[in-house]
Design a protein around this ligand. Structure first.
Ligand code: GRF
Length: 199
């Protein structure tokens, strides 16, 4: 299967996927990496692995719709079976969801539906929850609202800071992402009544 990975940052999830896809038995390869900004470590990881990259910055287009069209086109060029948002900080628009909505997944660093948005670990810590974690889900038109594929729980420790909790979640998140992308591409999946079934 062909994976396109979208990133905005350090690319640790991307790196984990690249390591997994090095084994042909995994059943998928990363065919391109897209970003919404230049100069991020994740793009260097992709280039070092010889993977084509593209950057579509919202600022480079007159309107959000134009950006959405450009991103959709660039992703489509690589004919993905699955598009993975791995720390991609932009909400895809209508054109993107029309094209890839049935095969676009995102990994989020909180146990949805609690703590959507870009500060999952910080918000969890501020609330005082005793467990946190990561959620892998199919993206729909809402913010972190789509059908859930998998969740992994990690403890919140008394002396956690935003950084220590974020790091603990990321370790679990990478394992979850690699496991479930493999299952999705090898075993196929269906969505019924907003519930994801992996045979
Ligand atoms: C992930 O924890 C993701 O949930 C959050 O940003 C992080 C991305 O990290 N939105 P990386 O770029 O894969 O290292």
């Amino acid at each position: 299967a062909r994976l396109v990975v979208l990133i905005s940052g350090s690319g640790s999830n991307l790196k984990a996927l690249l390591e997994a896809t090095a084994d042909p038995a995994y059943g998928a390869v990363v065919v391109a990496v897209g970003a919404d900004r230049d100069g991020i470590a994740g793009l260097e990881i992709a280039s070092a692995a010889g993977i084509p990259t593209f950057v579509d910055s919202v600022k480079a287009y007159p309107t959000r719709d134009d950006w959405d069209a450009a991103l959709t086109g660039h992703v489509a060029e690589h004919r993905p079976d699955l598009v993975i948002s791995a720390g991609f900080l932009k909400l895809a628009g209508k054109q993107f969801l029309d094209a890839f909505g049935d095969r676009y997944i995102n990994t989020h660093n909180a146990l949805l539906p609690a703590f959507p948005g870009i500060h999952g670990p910080r918000d969890a810590l501020a609330y005082g929850v005793k467990v946190a974690g990561a959620t892998l889900f199919f993206v729909d038109a809402g913010v972190d609202t789509g059908p859930i594929i998998a969740q992994t729980v990690v403890p919140v420790l008394d002396d956690d800071t935003e950084d220590t909790l974020t790091e603990r979640i990321k370790v679990a998140e990478r394992v979850q992402l690699v496991d479930h992308v493999g299952k999705l591409v090898r075993d196929g999946w269906t969505i019924q009544d907003r519930k994801v079934r992996i045979p």
